[in-house]
Design a protein around this ligand. Structure first.
Ligand code: C2E
Ligand code: CA
Ligand code: CA
Length: 607
């Protein structure tokens, strides 16, 4: 074994050592280069990252700050260096909590925010706060003690979330809570009632005949009106009560903390009074009323579904009793609603069971006394209830869409009679057929087959006249205006039913080439004793004459009414004075017996 202490050995050792040091140096240099390269890479990464990177020491001084941090906080890297986070980017109201948190961490390593992503508010240099998402990690080694926070500005996301939330919970027109939020509020209020042992009142408020008003005003003004209405509603109720808009013209109001149901009555009355004051929209003065149904928790129902149902039932009852009123829920209303549901089922089967029948009521030419036309009026022979008036079942037929099928049934039967009576009695005989707006709006396809049917039967369009309500002419929807023009083209005459009760525009009467106006019964009824109605009938007839439109007076019951109408130049009359609506066979008898001369009086009322 060589002796290591020999001089030769010493030289060898030295060389070896030098070589080792060299190798180590190279290694270190390489490692440094690698680290440097990584560092450059990281810098580039954090510099361009969408997250702000903020580093700080355990005293809270900022030691690192990337480009994105400059962007979202408004401080440059140079400016921020050595400033404390608590003095710069933390909003004043959170500063105390921040210092507390730091203290807790330094004392016992408690790290509630560490390694979690949390949402908080940050402060921009210009003083505005903005929402951020932040995650903090900590390096706690003998060499380095530092926090690194990755911070993302989430203002845009928050804004989008708010927009989406508002969209989902508020009505964009009036700014009121929508049905969605209303339900949440109702549930919340119910729970708070349970805690405080108190009651709440739920009101459903529905505007009366809003559709007619809306149709005549047009969409823009209709919207203005709704905004004004929602303001008035909010003015009446207390701050703690919530008004929501459930749908087009239906509102819900929750009144909390009710200990006396009677106390709700004056509020209802105030709501009705407030809504019925005139609305000034541009140059138009508009009048409107509403119907309110009221129900109480927990007295009437123990859950939201039940409450909504009873509020709705009460509201419908208020409508049925003539509108512009409020009704408190009572169990009978539930019964009524059940009966209605039963009737819907029965009406569905009425056609198949042959329970529908058309009555005909004569329309008399006032100048010649001839019976020239008849109005087809629907009747329902209910197996238990007997004869039911269309005023009872028409709303149900409309609500359920059954009106299309029923309307078709009336049309095809009435056409057969028109053909028969034109052959047997008078070449110009005409049958008037009622239509609901609902048929025109939702069931237009069924109506378009009517023209085809007339062509097939080779019968003139003049054999029938279609009665529509005033509101329909004001409905500017294409499918309705086009269909009206189709009727013009098919030479089917059009009559405006109940004229004077709705909103009409004279230009529309011209545009759709309207053939007849039927003066509503309510004006004719008072002809003998009400100067206003007298003047109105006179004016309607004079105006129609000028426009080449013929007039039918409805509900003529007395000879005096007949005489006045005749003097005004009214063309046709219909009413109990001549005959009530009659079943087919009776009507044919009347027709055969009708004297074709001036004295329309000779044929007496048969029903
Ligand atoms: P309307 O079109 O205004 O029909 C006139 C109503 O006044 C009829 O009521 C008729 O019986 C009644 N009436 C006629 N003359 C007099 C009179 O001198 N005095 C009084 N007090 N009343 C008179 P009805 O038959 O009960 O029909 C009610 C409403 O039901 C009709 O009002 C019409 O809007 C609707 N209707 C009837 N049949 C149909 C139908 O086939 N389709 C549609 N969509 N609606 C129909
Ligand atoms: Ca009619
Ligand atoms: Ca009428």
């Amino acid at each position: 074994m060589p002796d290591s202490d020999s001089p030769a050995d010493e030289i060898d050792d030295k060389a070896l050592l030098e070589a080792r040091v060299k190798a180590l140096e190279t290694d270190l240099r390489q490692k440094k280069e690698i680290i440097l390269a990584q560092h450059v890479k990281l810098e580039a990464f954090f510099g361009s990252s969408i997250d702000a990177l903020v580093q700080m020491d355990f005293d809270g001084h900022i030691t690192g700050w990337n480009e994105q941090a400059e962007k979202i906080f408004g401080w440059s890297t140079e400016e921020i260096a050595d400033k404390k986070v608590v003095d710069t980017i933390i909003p004043p109201r959170y500063r105390a909590a921040h210092e507390q948190g730091m203290k807790r961490f330094l004392e016992n390593g408690e790290t509630s925010v560490m390694d979690n992503v949390i949402e908080i508010h940050a402060l921009h240099r210009d003083g505005h706060e903005f929402p951020v998402e932040i995650s903090v990690s900590v390096i706690d080694s003998p060499d380095l003690q530092e926090f690194s926070a990755y911070i993302r500005d989430i203002s845009e996301r928050k804004h989008a979330e708010t927009v989406i939330w508002n969209q989902a919970n508020f009505d964009s027109l009036t700014g009121l809570p929508n049905r969605n939020l209303f339900l949440q509020n109702l549930e919340h209020e119910i729970r708070s009632c349970d805690r405080s042992n108190q009651s709440l009142a739920l009101m459903y408020l529905d505007l009366d005949r809003f559709k007619d008003v809306n149709d005549s005003l047009g969409l823009v003004m209709g919207d203005q009106l709704l905004v004004e209405i929602s303001k008035r509603l909010q003015k009446v109720v207390r701050e703690i009560d919530t008004v929501s808009r459930l749908s087009g013209d239906e509102f819900a109001i929750i009144l909390g903390n009710i200990d006396d149901q009677l106390a709700v009555q004056p509020i209802c009355q105030e709501l009705l009074d407030s809504l019925s004051r005139p609305y000034q929209l541009d140059n138009e003065k508009v009048f409107l009323t509403a119907s309110i149904g009221v129900t109480f928790y927990p007295q009437d129902s123990k859950n939201t579904e039940g409450l909504q149902r009873s509020a709705e039932q009460s509201m419908y009852a208020a409508k049925a009793e003539g509108s512009n009123r409020y009704i408190f829920f009572k169990p009978e209303l539930q019964q009524r609603a059940l009966r209605k549901r039963k009737m819907i089922g029965e009406l569905r089967k009425a056609i198949d069971r042959d329970e529908l029948e058309i009555y005909y009521q004569p329309i008399v030419n006032l100048q010649s006394g001839k019976l020239q036309k008849a109005e087809a009026l629907l009747r329902w022979h209910h197996p238990e209830a007997g004869l039911i008036s269309p005023t009872v079942f028409k709303p149900i037929a409309e609500e359920t869409g059954l009106i299309a099928e029923i309307g078709n049934w009336v049309f095809y039967h009435a056409i057969e009679q028109a053909i028969r009576w034109r052959e047997l009695y008078d070449n110009d005989f005409q049958v008037s057929i009622n239509t609901s707006a609902k048929q025109w709006i939702d069931e237009a396809a069924a109506m378009s087959q009517w023209f085809e049917h007339l062509r097939k039967k080779d019968i003139s369009g003049h054999a029938i006249c279609i009665e529509v309500t005033e509101g329909l002419l004001m409905d500017a929807r294409d499918k309705i205006t086009n269909r009206l023009l189709d009727f013009n083209e098919a030479e089917i005459q059009i009559s405006i039913d109940d004229f004077g009760t709705g909103y009409s525009s004279i230009p529309n009467l011209k545009r759709f080439d309207i053939d007849y106006l039927k003066i509503d019964q309510s004006f004719v009824r008072n002809l003998d004793h009400d100067q206003n109605d007298l003047a109105l009938c006179d004016a309607i007839i004079a105006m129609a004459k000028k426009m080449g439109i013929q007039i039918v007076a409805e509900g003529v019951e007395t000879e005096n009414q007949e005489r006045l109408l005749k003097d005004f130049g009214c063309d046709f009359a219909q009413g109990y004075l001549y005959s009530r609506p009659l079943p087919l066979a009776d009507f044919e008898n009347l027709l055969t017996a009708w004297p074709d001369h001036d004295k329309s009086r000779t044929a007496k009322n048969t029903a």
